[in-house]
Ligand binder design. Sequence first.
Ligand code: AMP
Length: 272
Amino acid sequence: MQKFSAQIKKSGKTIALVPTMGYLHEGHISLVRIAQKVCDATIVSIFVNPAQFGPSEDLNSYPRDLEKDCALLKKEGVETIFTPTPKELYPAGYQTYVNALHLSEHLCGISRPALFKGVTTVLTKLFNIVSPNKAVFGKKDFQQFVIVCQMIKDLNFNIEIIGAPIVREADGLAMSSRNAYLKKNQRKPALSLYKALKQSEQLVKKGEKRAETIIGAALKLINSFDETLIDYISICNLETFEEVKIIDCPVLMALAVKVGKTRLIDNIILSP
Ligand code: AMP
């Protein structure tokens, strides 16, 4: 891959990387289309990264379908798919990790302490292997997007990070590979994440500024379903993820909820 991307660059072409864990959906494809617009060559990586899963998380059951992914990408005109194996990226004796200290201590980092260290480590490796000019990330994983931007700055990567909007199903559910886990009767409870975010947006539109009130209403809505278990609902600073009490500038409202065994995340920007 390193040799191949050096050849591409030698021929004067630019490279955009779209890192994914596969089981691709329209959300991933939207990133691919952005990559194709901003650079000459698009490289999609598919790697279910063991380093970002905790011991009790879904590494083994994470959905995989490389054949279908390749067919989808081929249809989009993507010529290069990078699919390293865990042994290739983390051979025996592997010991170097990259960690964004403070940003990864909030939101998803609280209940998933391995997550962002694994993400920043694998992205460092992918950036060094693929050497892209640009890399595209979805804002569905807003915390990840901010952490990647910080890492680029902190570690002097000469890569432009592009953030892409959240792609949703027709009913509003944010697209996710993990939606494949949802049983038919879990669809409605899963939708409560989006409904809670839209409800919050409406409350802010009507003049509500108190984060506590907005979070309270979201809790009530999501808890009205038996199958939901809230991990967190946070209204916080867009850059630091510190909680805010009063919404007097654009803030991030982010939430993580388990529906049955499936952990879902979603977010929205609330602007007064
Ligand atoms: P994943 O395969 O879940 O690790 O996601 C790979 C990339 O796709 C990440 O940058 C995600 O933020 C992005 N992504 C996943 N789902 C969506 C979505 N519904 N809308 C936009 N981007 C997404």
